[in-house]
Design a protein around this ligand. Structure first.
Ligand code: NAP
Length: 248
């Protein structure tokens, strides 16, 4: 069953990892997909082609989610091209890990800007369109680290916890207009990024997870399908933990 047939969706950070998984699973469910990237132009071009071959409308946009004006012009372009925006997935994110002792002000600010301010930028940008439609689903990508904290990731944890507070506030502000805002908190998801880690470290992680494996981008994408589709029309302001049962 195609759960997103004909819906127009935007996924930030779609060129790799989880975002790419979401774009592909959305297309499999019949959604038209606009996605963004920061610098991976070739990967974006290939994905655009792959999605188009699945029979949906698809387009990649180079757009820095941390920049307020770029978010505004992105949404303007997407609305012109696609007509409406039914689902926004704020997935773009970065890490700049270090113990507080060694964390620079620059690395703190950058992570907050890309991970948290981006969500303010994108929500502000789509708000008018979704208000007019009286319909919309916004899905924001947090992390288990935003719920539990993590040594060496104070900047990242702060950004991901901030996402939860922002999203719960949006659920309250926008609910009367049928705009839903939910959060996904992934656990350890195996992407190109985690491929680079030492196999022993990864084994240790897998072992500590009740379901005994790392998650896949598709595990997160399937949760996004639920929150983006009409299966969740009475769900807003929630944090969905997709982590194989890790304690949070
Ligand atoms: P990833 O493989 O590093 O991919 C990040 C994506 O975000 C890329 O498409 C990248 O584009 C894009 N991006 C980075 N900065 C951007 C910016 N300023 N504007 C627009 N796009 C930008 O990351 P991932 O592992 O898939 O993670 C995706 C999201 O899930 C992140 O928010 C992350 O914090 C969260 N998450 C991941 C895990 C995990 O275990 N992997 C766990 C919990 C939460 P380019 O390719 O052009 O650089």
């Amino acid at each position: 069953m195609k759960l997103l047939e004909g819906k127009n969706t935007i996924v930030t950070g779609g060129s790799r990892g989880i975002g790419k998984g979401i774009a592909k699973v959305f297309a499999q469910h019949g959604a038209n997909v606009a996605f963004t990237y920061a610098s991976s132009a070739q990967a974006a071009e290939e994905l655009e082609k792959e999605l188009s071959e699945m029979g949906v409308k698809a387009k990649g946009y180079k757009s820095n989610a941390a920049n307020f004006e770029e978010a505004q012009s992105l949404i303007k372009e997407v609305v012109e091209e696609f007509g409406s925006i039914d689902v926004l997935v704020n997935n773009a994110g970065i890490t700049k890990d270090n113990l507080l002792m060694r964390m620079s002000e620059e690395d703190f600010d950058r992570v907050i800007e890309v991970n948290l301010k981006s969500i303010f930028n994108m929500t502000k940008a789509v708000q008018r369109t979704m208000l007019k439609q009286r319909n919309g689903s916004i899905i924001n990508m947090s992390s288990v680290v935003g719920v539990k904290g993590n040594a060496g990731q104070a900047n990242y944890a702060a950004s991901k916890a901030g996402i939860i507070g922002f999203s719960k506030s949006m659920a309250l502000e926008l609910g009367s207009r049928n705009i839903r805002t939910n959060v996904i908190a992934p656990g350890f998801i195996e992407t190109e990024m985690t491929d680079r880690l030492d196999e022993k470290v990864v084994e240790g992680w897998r072992d500590s997870i009740p379901l005994k494996r790392g998650g896949t981008p598709e595990d997160i994408a399937n949760a996004c399908v639920f929150l983006g589709s009409d299966l969740s029309t009475y769900v807003t302001g929630q944090v969905l933990h997709v982590n194989g049962g890790m304690l949070t």
